[in-house]
Design a protein around this ligand. Sequence first.
Ligand code: CP
Ligand code: NVA
Length: 342
Amino acid sequence: MASKTMIESQNIAVPVQKDPDILAAAARLAGEDMCSVADLSSGEVRAILKLGHEVKRNPREYRHALDAKQMVLMFEKASLRTRLSFEAGINTLGGSAIFVDQTSSPLGERESIADVARNVERWVDVIVLRTYAHDTITEMAAHSRVPVINALSDFEHPCQALADFMTIEERFGTAAGINFTYVGDGNNVCHSLMLTGAQLGANVTVATPRGYSPDIEIVTLARDIALANNCEIRLLQDPQAAVEGADAVYTDVCVSMGFEHESTKREPIFRPFQVNEALMAKASSHAFFMHCLPARRNAEVTDAVLDGPQSIAFDQAENRLHAQKALLLLLLGGLANTASFQ
Ligand code: CP
Ligand code: NVA
């Protein structure tokens, strides 16, 4: 796979107001759910990222796009970035958010998920869920008449992957043709990165320990999408081979939320997959280091890499805000209230 030359800024071919991807996405996505990256077409992923860049450049233009819209966030797991970026995002679009801490009362325990959906949809315009079971998200989506957004399940973290590829576009101008390597657990973040990378034409290589490879359903889906977008998905077990020629090297914790009871077993298995200076030295000299955060410092990544000049982990965290604002604008029909789109 050829290595991508770094370019400085994003190419903007047409104004966003006339961009065919954005106009098509605004028409198709209004009122829809976003449970998985697979709910989106390649054009819709491109649209979210283009609008994300635009909202980042011109936040004031969208200040009233979602006036009076009400969001609820119902989280069964801890969060810093996702909670705050969604809350800040809706606030800066004119709407407001209510946070419901579900860490001690999982969804579906007190009453059925269907009944929760039938209540909550009467009060709010969008439901943002962070859950253990992915089925909790799809079930809420099946019974809710307002959009449901996956803010991390055990199977996917689509909002993370959108922000991550927006960050890649900032650095390379495009994600198409870049060599993106994920090293670590083939889990939720890895799944969404594979799907998003394939949608955008990136070559995605995943290196996991044996037994921790991504779900076969996601691999098959990502490979089908990649075929249509002239890129490839490779699965390896050797992190050294996987980072060769990489433009971006990404890792995540090896003990995700909900897997804490496996930490003693997992830590030695994942040790050879640590992203450190020696591993980064095997990637392209211009390669960036990426992490969804939170990081377990000096476990899956060393301080030297996370705090070093190649790290763009905090840019990724920043772009959660902009990518999610773009997503909210599309799912909640916010462009119709934006003067420049009239
Ligand atoms: N990356 C991410 O989702 O961070 P939080 O768990 O803090 O939301
Ligand atoms: N894989 C991690 C991601 C945290 C943002 C987890 O699920 O805990």
